[in-house]
Design a binder for this molecule. Sequence first.
Ligand code: B12
Ligand code: SF4
Length: 385
Amino acid sequence: MIAGFRPDVVGLSVRNLDNAAYPATRCYLPEHIELMRAVREMSRAPVFLGGSAFSISPEGLTRLLSADGGATGDGEDGMVRLCRGEGGRILHGALADLGSVGVPREIAEIFPGFRGYRTIGVQTTRGCPFRCLYCTYPLLEGRVVRTRPPEAVADELAFFRRVHGKQDFFFVDSAFNADQAHMARVCEEIVARRLPIRFSCYLEPKMSDGSLFGLLARAGCVAADFGTDTGSPAMLRSLGKGFSIDEIRAASLACRKAGIDACHSLILGGPGENFETLRETVRLMDELRPRAVVAMTGIRVYPGTGMESIAREEGGIPPGDDLLFPRFYLAGGDPGWLMRQAKEIASSRRNWFLPGERMWSFAIGPRLLRYFHRNGPLWRTFRPG
Ligand code: B12
Ligand code: SF4
C-alpha cells in the first residue's frame, strides 16, 4: 500500500455510450446501470468512473450511474489523483506522461482474459490536432499529439510477441500518421529489431511522402483504415477535414502499391449532403476500389463538438437534452432518402458495408467470419469492389 492512498476505491471504465450507428442504434447505458448496481452490492467503497464514454459525458454519466465521481482524460494520471482525493467530484482533463505509460508485465495475471485475445491494441500516440466537425477524439485525448518513445512501443510489441506469442496488433491511435515523423520512427524501430508482427491502423488519407507506405509495409502493416469520410469536395469542407480529394487518391494508390489492404471509412449525411455529393463519394470509391468501404449513415452528435452546435441551431436536439442518449444528425432532417440511397449503393457493391443497417452484434455472420478469419479486421475478408 502506498502512503496516503485509499485502498478502498473502485475504478470503473466506461468505454462506449452506444454503438454510434443509425438506424440500428444500440444504447449500452442500461447495461452500465446494471453493472453499477452489481458493484454497489459487492462493495461499499466509493466508485470512480473513467474511460472514453465518461470523458464525453462526465456529468451525465456520474448522475445516471450515481457514481461518486471520476476523471476525464488519461487514467494513469486521473486514477492516482482521484485516490489522493484531488479535484472534487469530477476531475477534468487528466494528462499522463506518455514516457512512462504502457502495459504492465503482469497483464496476464491481472486480466486472465487477455490470454484469449488474438489481436492486441497498442497505442503509440495520444491526441489529435485536427478539428473535424463531429469528432470527440481531440476532446478525449487533447489537441496536441503526444508521443510514446518508439523504443517503448517496440519493447511492448516484443513483450507481447516473445512472452505471449501474440502476432497481430491494432495501433489504436486516432490516426497513426497524425505525426508522420513519429510514425516513421516507430516503424523503423520495428524493422530494426526484425519483430515478426502484423498490424493494422487508422490513417488519415494524406501522406506527405508515398514511400512511407513502403516503410509501413516493411514494419508489418497489412491493413489501413482510412478516415476518409467522403469523396465530395464540398463535404470535405463541411466536415472540416484537413485533406483534399487528390490527397485521398495519392494515399490510396501508394497504399495499394505497398501491398497494404485498404478500407475507407465514410460518414454519410453530414450538413449539406445531397444526391450529388453522395454520387461524388460513390464515384471516388468506385475509382479507388479499396478492399472495403464502411459507411456510417447519420452522425452521432456528441457534446462539445461543432456538430452539436449545428444540430442545436437547426433545432434537431430538444432543449435540455445533454446527448448522453444517442441523437443523430441527418442532412435535411429526413433519414429516409439517405438510407434508401445507401442501401441501393451497397447492394450493388460487394465491398460496401453499412454498420447501421442492422444490429450486427446479434448477427451470426460476423461470428462465423471471425471463426474462419481469426485475426485482424473483418473487412479484410471482403472482395474488392
Ligand atoms: C481503437 C478504437 C476501436 C477499435 C478497437 C481495436 C482494438 N483491438 O482495441 C475498434 C475498431 C474495434 C473499435 C470498435 C468500436 N468502437 Co471504438 N474506438 C477506438 C479508439 C480510436 C481508441 C480506443 C483505445 O484503445 N484507446 C486507447 C486506450 C488506452 O484508451 P481508453 O480505453 O480510452 O483508456 C484511457 C482513458 O479513457 C482512461 N480510462 C479508461 N478507463 C478508465 C477508468 C477510470 C476509473 C479512469 C479514472 C480512467 C480511465 O485511461 C486510459 C488511458 O489514458 C476510440 C477513440 C479514442 N480516441 O479514444 C474509439 C471509441 C472508444 N469507439 C467508439 C465506438 C462507438 C465503438 C463501437 C461501438 C463502434 C461500433 N459501432 O461497433 C465499437 C465497440 C467495440 C467494443 N468492443 O467496445 C466510441 C465510443 C463513444 C460512444 N459512442 O459510446 C469512441 C470514443 C469513438 C467515438 N465515436 O468518439 N474501436
Ligand atoms: S476524425 Fe480523425 S483527424 Fe479528424 S479530429 Fe477526429 S481523430 Fe482527428
